[in-house]
Design a protein around this ligand. Structure first.
Ligand SMILES: Cc1cc2nc3c(=O)[nH]c(=O)nc-3n(C[C@H](O)[C@H](O)[C@H](O)COP(=O)(O)O)c2cc1C
Length: 202
C-alpha cells in the first residue's frame, strides 16, 4: 500500500482536499492526513462542519462522512511535530497540499517549519520527494508569486486548482473531480475517470 501525505489548509474550497482523501482511500492508498489550524476554521465557515481535532475521532468522522472503508488513514494534529511523517527517515511516496493557503505557502517558502504541514513539506523538499502545492488565492500579490517561485526552484510542483472547460462540466462535483484527478496525474496516479481532451468534436 502506497503512503501519501495529504495536507488540507485554511484556504477556500477544502472540498478539494476532501475529494482527494475519498479517492485515495477508495483506491486503497495509505493516507497520512494533516489539517492546519486554519482548515478547521474554514470547514466551519464554508461547510458548516465541525471536524474533530482528536486523531481517532477524526478518522471515524472522515470514514463516515466520505462513506469509505478501504485504504488506511492516519490523522495528525497540526502541531504534532513528533509524528513519524515529520522525519525524513519515514518513507512516503510524496505529499500534496490541497488547497494551500498563502500563509502555509509563505512559511514553506521561507523554511519556517512551525507546524507539521510545513515540517513535512520541508522534509519532502530536502529528501527530493514529490511535493505538490495547490495554491488558492486570487489575485496573487508579488510575495505570493515569489513564494511560489521559491518552492518551484526548490523542487516542488505548483498545480493550481484550475478546472478545464473543454470537459463541459455541469456540476460543482464535475469541476472538483477534474481538478483533483488532474492534480494526481502530476503525481503519476490515476484516481478516477475524467473527460480528457480528444481533439475538437466533429
Ligand atoms: C472562510 C475563509 C476562507 C479563506 N480563504 C482563503 C484562501 O482562499 N486563501 C488563503 O490564502 N487564505 C484564506 N483564508 C485565510 C486563512 O485561513 C488564514 O490566513 C489562516 O491563518 C491560514 O492558516 P493555515 O495556513 O495554517 O491554514 C480564509 C479564511 C477563511 C475564514
Amino acid at each position: 500500500m502506497d503512503n501519501i501525505v495529504l495536507a488540507i489548509t485554511g484556504a477556500s474550497a477544502i472540498q478539494l482536499g476532501e475529494r482527494a482523501l475519498q479517492l485515495l482511500l477508495q483506491n486503497n492508498y495509505k493516507v497520512d492526513l494533516i489539517l492546519s489550524k486554519g482548515a478547521y476554521q474554514v470547514a466551519k465557515s464554508e461547510r458548516k462542519i465541525n471536524i474533530p481535532v482528536e486523531p481517532n475521532a477524526q478518522e471515524l468522522f472522515w470514514r463516515k462522512t466520505l462513506s469509505v472503508d478501504s485504504g488506511k488513514l492516519n490523522c495528525y494534529r497540526w502541531n504534532d511535530n513528533a509524528a513519524p511523517i515529520a522525519s525524513g527517515s519515514h518513507k512516503t511516496k510524496g505529499m500534496v497540499i490541497l488547497p494551500c493557503s498563502m500563509g502555509t505557502l509563505g512559511r514553506i517558502a521561507s523554511g519556517f517549519s512551525l507546524d507539521l504541514i510545513e515540517r513535512c513539506a520541508d522534509v519532502h523538499l530536502k529528501e527530493k520527494r514529490p511535493l505538490i502545492i495547490s495554491p488558492r488565492e486570487s489575485p496573487f500579490n508579488l510575495i505570493h508569486l515569489e513564494n511560489l517561485k521559491s518552492i518551484a526552484l526548490a523542487g516542488g510542483q505548483i498545480v493550481p486548482p484550475i478546472p478545464a472547460w473543454y470537459s463541459n462540466p455541469e456540476t460543482i462535483d464535475d469541476l472538483i473531480d477534474f481538478i483533483v484527478v488532474r492534480l494526481f496525474d502530476s503525481f503519476g496516479e490515476n484516481l478516477d475517470k475524467i473527460e480528457r481532451w480528444k481533439g475538437p468534436k466533429k
